[in-house]
Ligand binder design. Structure first.
Ligand code: AMP
Length: 400
């Protein structure tokens, strides 16, 4: 049973083809710079030596329609998929599902209309996700399509955690509330965490830390999300590669008055020039780590601020969860940066978290545990796999 997962951006389409009998990846790749000079296709297939072997081809790709046709033709050429009729379904990543979508949804004209209605909440992402769905439906009309929303996992958050303390009419008329993102990743790693701990997910209280270029924390109570750090948009919460995270909102009005910058210019600064990049000039945590090690004080400050913010969220979520069974690190930084994990968990023995530094430094494949014998709380590294989660949810939505 084959499932294709598509993540359509404004000038790119990422794809992964799974055989859901054993969840193996049959092919994966991306089309980048659609409609621009330099458009190209990267296509990777499982290599007999293990891992994936990738080829890159420069090709003119005028639009998403041509992009989808190209993906279908390379999948056929490589023998991964004879034709789209072989697909059980196509799963689409959709960033914003608002309050309507608490679960994945089979794509219908009504569902497309509802996603279109949510464009004001995600003006950069939802239009590109919609385009991907429309093109895939036109090109493979007999294949069922499923929309999987980044926000859906957080729809279990209660109102005292999702409402902002602003006039009620702004929530009612303009839907201003916390939605949260990275839901597909938080859902996947908490599920894997329960498997790793050999306990039912609905018996576990977990804090999930997705630390990639974007970053968010989620508090999971007996398997259900009860709070998360991203808000109406992905700007709130943890410090990220280029996003500021939590901020006094009055800073925006102060900057407007003092600098004469427009609100759009300030929005762009807070999204693209802030976070690690704003503090030390670079947003890639590997480089920040190297600079800090070489004695660069700005990089050292960036790491201290980054970990301090995470620690505050661990403390806050521990308080709202009461009992805490485990903390999960995932995402490029969470999975790979031992120095970040160590600093985030430093001096938290009073909360029951004690890291074994030797285990933390040893990189292992798959899931692994970092806590010491004395630790009451498990500390886990769990590699995320959002594409596989989308494929699993696609199958589940289509009835197994
Ligand atoms: P993601 O968005 O999940 O792909 O994560 C990207 C982030 O992970 C970037 O900041 C990378 O620098 C960071 N990252 C990836 N590998 C490492 C590593 N070995 N050490 C530190 N950071 C890493």
């Amino acid at each position: 049973m084959k499932v294709l997962v598509l993540n359509s951006g404004s000038s790119s389409i990422k794809y992964q083809l799974f055989d859901m009998r054993d969840e193996s990846v049959l092919a994966a790749g991306s089309i980048e710079q659609i409609g621009e000079p330099g458009s190209h296709l990267s296509h990777a297939l499982p290599s007999p030596q293990g891992g994936m072997s990738k080829t890159v081809r420069d090709l003119p790709i005028a639009d998403h329609r041509q992009g989808f046709a190209l993906i279908a033709s390379v999948l056929k050429e490589s023998g991964a998929l004879a034709d789209t009729g072989e697909l059980r379904g196509i799963g689409h990543r959709v960033v914003h599902g608002g309050e309507q979508f608490k679960e994945p949804a089979r794509v219908t004209p009504e569902v497309l209309g509802a996603i279109r209605g949510l464009i004001p909440l995600a003006p950069l992402h939802n239009p590109a996700n919609l385009l991907g769905m429309e093109v895939a439906m036109e090109s493979a009309p007999s294949v069922p399509q499923v929309a999987v929303f980044d926000t859906a996992f957080h729809q279990s958050i209660p109102s005292h955690a999702y409402r902002y303390a602003i006039p009620k009419k702004l929530y009612e008329a303009h839907h201003v509330r916390r939605y949260g993102f990275h839901g597909t990743s938080h859902r996947y790693v908490t599920k894997k965490g329960a498997e790793f701990l050999k306990k039912p997910l609905d018996s576990l209280n977990l804090i999930s830390l997705h630390l990639g270029n974007g970053a968010s924390a989620a508090a999971i109570h007996q398997g259900r999300c009860i709070d998360t750090s991203m808000g109406l948009t992905p700007l709130e919460g943890l410090i990220m590669g280029t996003r500021c995270g939590d901020l006094d909102p009055a800073i925006i009005f102060y900057l407007e008055r003092e600098t004469g910058l427009s609100s759009a210019a300030i929005e762009s600064i807070l999204n693209k020039e802030s976070g690690l990049k704003g503090i030390c000039g670079v947003n890639d945590m590997r480089t920040v780590g190297e600079l800090a090690k070489a004695g660069n004080p700005e990089a050292q400050l960036a790491i201290s601020m980054y970990c301090y913010r995470i620690k505050k969220y661990i403390g806050a979520y521990h308080a709202v969860l009461g009992e805490l069974d485990g903390v999960i690190f995932t995402g490029g930084i969470g999975e790979n940066a031992d120095f970040i994990r160590a600093e985030c968990c430093e001096n938290l023995a009073h909360l029951g978290l004690e890291m074994d530094n030797r285990k933390n430094r040893g990189r292992q494949e798959g899931c692994f545990a970092l806590e010491s014998r004395a630790s009451r709380v498990k500390i886990l590294v769990i590699p995320t796999n959002e594409e596989l989660e989308i494929a699993e949810q696609t199958v589940a939505c289509l009835g197994g």
